[in-house]
Design a protein around this ligand. Sequence first.
Ligand code: MTE
Length: 319
Amino acid sequence: MRFIDKTILSSDITPKAVFENRRALIKTAAAGGFGAALVPWFSREALAVSPEKLSATPNTAYGKEETTPYKYVTSYNNFYEFGTDKADPASHADSLQTRPWTISIEGLVKKPITLDIDALLKIAPIEERIYRMRCVEGWSMVIPWDGYSLSKLINKVEPLSSAKYVEFISLADRKQMPGVSSNILNWPYREGLRMDEAMNPLTLLTFGLYGEVLPKQNGAPVRIVVPWKYGFKSAKSIVKIRFTEEMPKTSWNQFDAREYGFYSNVNPAVDHPRWSQAMERRIGDPKGVFAPKIKTQLFNGYADQVASMYAGMDLKKYY
Ligand code: MTE
């Protein structure tokens, strides 16, 4: 299983610079820089998994699809702060200290605030919602996320009318995150949404998955999940939320603006400059390499909830 999955998945297209930088990371790992032995693929016990339960009420209004098995959700990840290989986050994220953790909400708001993770958890009831997730690289999963709509937090801080965008900033600490020593991305990892996108009920401030506290490799202790956009818009392990008038500069957009637009809405009709976005492969399909690819849907199938935000916009231009 491991061999088959790694074979196909490594053929997923990765930016050229990432391949080049990967060599440097491999050297770091070989020199003991990551300080952790390689874990067997899919061995749940060996992963940096927190078994702590998180009480969440299922909300099936957002979807009822069959979910991707936990072992795939937690072992096949992108989290470049821990390396560029899909297995790196599960192997190396153990060094991330998720408590104490504070998050500051600042910028163009009436009531800026710094909250401890426990206080943040109490802002609104935690729901479990099943979301489809589509990565720009062509793979997808269906994940039961635990959290509440980001709008609940935004309403508390009362944004000013000049606030047009929201920026999400992840932790970047070399001591805890070996990948931050590489120059693959401009650290800290930054992402952003337009204000209406951030206020859309689908945008989830996320603390867990499968009824458990987020595993570190999935962005503990708090991350964003934006299911109608490519996966990189869903910033992990965030420490700051900032309200701005200008469109935020995001890490991937700075990396290559042609390949990673600010909007990055899932759209089968708008190709990535180097590959088609029309189809996707569901991770965890029992047929493995032989599983037929499935058609990618506009806005990842969430058009009813989000299409109106883009009415009249040329989605080829605003990709
Ligand atoms: N957040 C941070 N801080 N660093 C990252 O490298 N990768 C993104 C996103 N958030 C990333 C990140 C990408 S490319 C994807 S596909 C998703 O996280 C994957 O993580 P998940 O499988 O846990 O959703």
